[in-house]
Design a protein around this ligand. Structure first.
Ligand code: G3H
Ligand code: 13P
Ligand code: ZN
Length: 316
């Protein structure tokens, strides 16, 4: 069942975080739904601009609709990840999305406010909620690359002002994470001090953590043992998800970890079966392994075993 992102946030706020997982294909979708059903967790499926271009956005929408029918007990929202203004409007008009993210964080504060406000006005007119971003994460977002030195943590006072001026429904805050597999060079920790200040100024307001993959080192080691060359990777400590959730982080974005599971499964499969060229056996293993991974994340996020209570609170 597709619900609004707001309904998920209302149930989760301050107690647990909803996992927001990117998908690009059918295998990821099947693994995601299986993992969320086995762990009895609500979730957010997110689609990036890149994912919409890969194959075709209509194929992704059809996959998600079909998965929703195959897993009728699933409760989830559909979200545009890192949208520009035009893509937000397309997704709002499509009638398929629960929420969109307008990412104008690379613009000046005033420009970010102006763009976000335009998207909020259009989205709210059709009942869709909007995630915005303030502050800049390091790493790569589509075609925009921010190095660690230029990444900027979110200023709590600005965050309060930004929310008041734009009317956005949730805010992606920069609290020390970055996209991809190389998040920290030194100490691996979230800036809980910044989070605490934002929560104090915006009580009850859902915050979003991007760049939340934990980059499991056992996955990386297996990838490298099967021919990969990934050096110096480091992710978020997944034991920090729940403390962050208690401070208002209600949506935790995870993409890179799923790519690592995919790479590990496929590298190992074709290393061990060098004569094989049917991709389906490896695809089947991936679906199961991704499902296990998703279930394990949902436990750490505190979203596991929340489905029954959520269903009750939705009156379904
Ligand atoms: O934040 C970026 C997400 O991981 C999506 O990545 O733009 O390569 O699909 P993508
Ligand atoms: P990761 O690269 O840490 O998985 O972050 C994904 C993300 O923030 C998607 O918006
Ligand atoms: Zn992101």
């Amino acid at each position: 069942m597709i619900v609004t992102t707001g309904q998920l946030f209302k149930h989760a706020y301050g107690k647990y975080a909803v996992g927001a997982y990117n998908i690009n294909n059918a295998e990821q979708a099947m693994g995601l739904f299986k993992g969320c059903i086995s762990s009895q967790a609500p979730f957010i499926i997110q689609i990036s601009k890149g994912a919409r271009k890969y194959t075709d956005k209509r194929v992704l929408e059809a996959i998600i609709r079909a998965a929703g029918e195959i897993f009728p007990d699933a409760i989830f929202a559909v979200h545009l990840d890192h949208g520009d203004e035009q893509t937000c409007y397309e997704c709002i008009d499509s009638g398929f999305f629960s929420s969109v993210m307008i990412d104008a964080s690379h613009e000046s504060f005033d420009q970010n406010v102006a763009i976000t406000k335009r998207v909020v006005d259009k989205a709210h007119a059709t009942g869709i909620s909007v995630e915005a971003e303030l502050g800049m994460l390091g790493g790569v977002e589509e075609d925009i690359k921010v190095d660690e030195g230029h990444a900027m943590l979110t200023n709590p006072e600005e965050a309060k002002d930004f929310v008041a001026k734009t009317g956005c429904d949730s805010l992606a805050c920069a609290i020390g994470t970055s996209h991809g597999a190389f998040k920290f060079k030194g100490k691996q920790s979230l800036h809980f001090d910044v989070l605490q200040k934002i929560k104090a100024l915006l009580p009850g307001f859902p915050l979003v953590m991007h760049g939340s993959s934990s980059v499991p080192q056992d996955e990386v080691a297996r990838i490298n043992a099967a021919g990969g060359k990934i050096a110096g990777s480091m992710g978020v400590d997944p034991n920090e998800y729940l403390p962050a959730a208690k401070l208002g982080v209600t949506k935790v974005n995870i993409d890179t970890d799923g790519r690592l599971v995919w790479t590990r499964v496929h590298r190992e499969y074709f290393r061990d079966n060098p004569g094989d060229f049917d991709f389906r056996p490896a695809g089947k293993i991936f679906i199961e392994e991704y499902a296990k991974f998703i279930a394990s994340r949902n436990v750490l996020l505190g979203s596991a075993n929340q489905l029954a209570d959520l269903r009750k609170s939705l009156g379904k």
